[in-house]
Design a protein around this ligand. Sequence first.
Ligand code: ADP
Length: 271
Amino acid sequence: MDTHVDTQTASETGLPFYLPQGNETELFEHAYRNRLPVLIKGPTGCGKTRFINHMAARLGRPLYTVACHDDLTAADLVGRYLIGDSGTYWNDGPLTRAVREGAICYLDEVVEARKDTTVVLHPLTDDRRILPLERTGETLHAPPEFMLVVSYNPGYQNLLKGMKPSTRQRFVAMSFDFPQPKVEVEILCRETGIETALAERLVALAGGLRALKDHDLEEAASTRLLVYAATLIRSGFAPRDACRAALVEPLTDDAETGAALLEVIDASFGG
Ligand code: ADP
């Protein structure tokens, strides 16, 4: 009995910490078991990457994460011929490696990538689940354990880019947002070791700052930034200065907006 309990505890604590906001872990597991690709939408710093890391560990699959950017091409995902000492050789890209190994491939901010990447993703996202490697002439059939996960931030900078409906329709999709206050308080405590009362003040402050979002800021104070503020305070830095460094400066370059944010901070942490 004892051994059993010990083993369970060890494996549970071995997972990257993730506190669910709803039924997302269950949905993800069902998608995985049924070989469905997943699309995660949500603002930056709200837990998408942590969630994927947690789920990959929980499902016991290796994880390949690709941070997409506007120069990312299909060849960056699939692979290319390289020149070595003994001539040219084929080098698998992360998507190809994930397919071969039956891993989870996570394409973060997928709408940033070049259009030609959708061509390689499409046959992997329907029931063919194949990856044709045009350059080598191979066609890889994805094993049941392979899973494709993509994310994007539907915030303002992607309004024009968006994701094509024909691509979106190939995924099971879930929306992430900043966690409910109670959940966010627990995340701050667990991530940084601060006291509950302080976490509650920070989360209430975030609520105030997020309410300003639509007026002056492109992006709201994220859970990630709250974790940074809590970390600085935990290490002994003055709360107001910590909040300024973590919750004002990263969010705006505009002096007036910065002053408005600082006012909200002063109302909770004194000026
Ligand atoms: P995203 O990928 O959405 O930009 P991350 O997953 O990197 O955001 O989250 C940023 C940080 O916020 C994480 O490193 C973690 O400290 C914290 N975090 C956010 N949501 C959660 C959650 N539900 N459980 C645990 N930590 C979280």
